[in-house]
Design a protein around this ligand. Structure first.
Ligand code: AHM
Ligand code: MG
Length: 335
């Protein structure tokens, strides 16, 4: 093996290498991913010292959805918004933490062709207890003309139109995983050089896994079909290799990441209390649906492919079933 082929690729090197295959590409998407990687590194530093400094705990406000906002959520939101605003690849953003989308209308940003939606710090209920949390992002090509301020139409596109989607997991090590139509790749942060390095090339979700992830506390609030499927997960079944193992961290990024690598199914169904489920379509369901589909899995709301839902609101919620292809097909036969 030559010295070059042994070399570990950084996130920047990898995106530039991809770019070389497209002579007409402008490099804007690479720039966007570099900006996101930078914000992720800054957030990672704060997440790592969350127990030490007074950044831990409630910021004392509630977000648009009436949920407590933790200080680190605010910090993460500001970091991602800041790098994208000051970068040259993003014309506007939507965030879980902001009531409305934000237009970047300075002369440079207004000429960018992408908009970005993100959940800056998902699983924030886990911050206080040192459990993995994450950032989720979704990138669309705008539908309004370049050079004009972005509008709601740029953000309310169905997930199939995503150009890229990804997540960062702040865990035992910090990883950035992103997918484009060409594949899904994972990068682990090497703290000694402060770079994300390609560690999981061309991720494929196993067709069948042994893990199911769901909040069992809500079991009696789920529809009959969902309850039947969950019941089946706990029984010996030669055709599906059951019984499965139940794993539920309560951080979607960590739960779906594990299932993506090991094979499994993650569910956040509708409940009596939450008839549309809990998770947000635009910055939680859509990006993961895109990533998991690129990796060979499936994602639905129980009736429809997640990526085909046409959104009507920035913060709309959706039930979510996502994971290994054969497990999803078995679930669908119950719904
Ligand atoms: P958040 O965006 O307020 O952090 O909520 C999203 C999180 C997901 O990461 C996780 O899968 C889910 O909420 C867990 O919810 P529950 O505690 O109801 O099972
Ligand atoms: Mg969140």
């Amino acid at each position: 093996m030559s010295a070059i082929s042994r070399k570990v690729l950084t996130l920047d090197e990898f995106t530039i290498l991809q770019l070389r295959n497209f002579p007409n590409a402008t490099g804007e998407l690479s720039g966007l991913l570099r900006d996101i990687g930078l914000a992720a590194k800054r957030v990672n530093v704060e997440v790592n010292k969350a127990g030490l400094v007074d950044i831990l705990g409630d910021a004392g406000a509630t977000n648009i959805q009436g949920e407590d906002v933790k200080k680190l959520d605010v910090f993460a939101n500001n970091q991602f918004m800041g790098v994208l605003r000051h970068g040259i690849s993003c014309a506007g953003i939507g965030s879980e933490e902001l009531d409305d989308f934000v237009v970047f209308d300075d002369p440079v940003s207004v000429n960018s062709k992408y908009v970005c939606l993100f959940d800056p710090l998902d699983g924030s209920g886990n911050i206080d207890v040192n459990v993995s949390i994450g950032t989720i992002f979704s990138v669309f090509r705008r539908v309004t003309p370049v050079g004009t301020p972005v509008t709601a139409a740029d953000f309310l596109q169905p997930g199939v139109k995503q150009v890229a989607a990804g997540y960062v997991i702040y865990g035992s090590s910090t990883m950035l995983v992103y997918a484009t139509r060409r594949g899904c790749n994972g990068f682990t942060l090497d703290p000694s050089i402060g770079e994300f390095c390609l560690s999981h090339p061309d991720i494929k979700c196993p067709e069948l896994g042994k893990i199911y992830s769901v909040n069992h506390g809500n079991f009696f609030q789920y529809d009959e079909g969902v309850r039947k499927y969950i019941d089946g997960c706990q029984r010996k079944n030669k055709s599906n290799g059951g019984p499965y193992t139940q794993r539920y961290i309560g951080s979607m990024v960590a739960d779906v990441h594990r299932n993506l690598i090991k094979g499994g199914i993650f569910m956040y169904p509708a409940t009596q209390d939450k008839p549309n489920g809990k998770l947000r379509l635009l910055y939680e369901c859509n990006p993961f649906a895109f990533i998991v589909e690129v990796a060979g899995g499936k994602a639905t709301n129980g009736q429809q492919r997640i990526l085909e839902i046409v959104p009507t609101e920035l913060h709309q919620r959706s039930p979510l079933f996502i994971g290994s292809k054969l497990m999803m097909e078995e679930l669908e036969s119950h719904l």
